[in-house]
Design a protein around this ligand. Sequence first.
Ligand code: ZN
Length: 419
Amino acid sequence: MPELPGARPGRPAPGSKPDHPYSGRWNGSFPRVSKELSRVEESSRRGQILRLLRAEPGLTRIEVARRTGLSATTITRVVAQLVADGSVTEAGKVSRLGTGRPGTEISIEPTSYFVIGVHIGAGSVRIGVVDLMGVSHRQSGFDFEPHQDADVVLDRVAVSVTQLIADTGVDRSRLLGMGVAVPGPVDADHRRLLMPINLPWRDVPVADRLEKMVGLPVVVDHNVRSMALAEAQFGAGKGLSSVAFIYLRMGVGAGLVVEGQAFQGGVHGAIEIGHLRVVEGGEKCICGGVGCLETVLSERALRSALADLGMPSDVSNPFVALLSAAAESPAAAAHAELVVKRFATGLSGLVNLLNPELILLGGFLSAVPEEFVGQLTEATREAVFPIIRPTVQLRRSDLGLDAGVYGGATIALDHFFYT
Ligand SMILES: [Zn+2]
């Protein structure tokens, strides 16, 4: 394996030993021993203040004190540290409270630090340099053959990330780490991809390999769960107490965020909405079950339906192609109606169990016409418990096909900045 420019195995690259205050937490490995209590407490106070400023930029110190319950002394000390390292800035004086001296507005300085967001999909990789407020500044990516070894693909990821950092011109001391959104369950330490469903990989040490090659700390999470977190923190779900994210690409998965925390349930750490049985005695599914939602709503099922309808199946978005065809062809319209019905059945299960405030539609679903979102909302409302019908809200995700890049970046920001 050729040594990458600026990278040494197991250690940050030369010159990347940053002098910023977060560098102290990274020494080439993740120590499991607990840190001194005082350092942990200070770090959690800093994280608490940063998370508040992420949600509500421009608060004054007094407002921060009221929201967090921290003492004025603590806030003054932590904010002074944050101002000193450039993470936050203080701007104009305001007196919203009506009494006493006007306060100074504090906001996160978005481009003081960056993270790398990586999305590894089943056959494609997208990479982005993302700032502290979730804005992507530059992206790149590549396609790969799904039968390729994980090591080969991860080595290409490392090369691409190193190149993207060079192209962006961002100083390595300003890079906090990398977050990798992967297509399957991860281990409890967020280091390894355990078992992707649509790739022949098993127990891949994603974080170890990328840390050695790129020289930045790495955290790994399930792709759909990380996308849900990105929407909840920076996207359409900002400020809501519960958000579900449905992602349709090769399969259909769901992620749920409650009170800012990604739901970590189940063996796979994500909600397998694609394998809810929506047709009794239906088609056999790749999971071994029968009549799963993915037998009608997955990339494979949609392309095969287009082919059966005598339409081109090699299109960039097979779901949008099916919906467009429905306007012209009664057979396509009938199939689209069936897919909506099955999808609504699957969504109704999610709504009846979890009742999220907002359901966001991502992947291929992010490009569907508004009219379809209305139809799906109505069909889902009809299938849920009456009292919660009016609460069912569906929207297209604004993150589009790059949702995974934002997802990866969001988990990196959570681990290396807002912690
Ligand atoms: Zn299944």
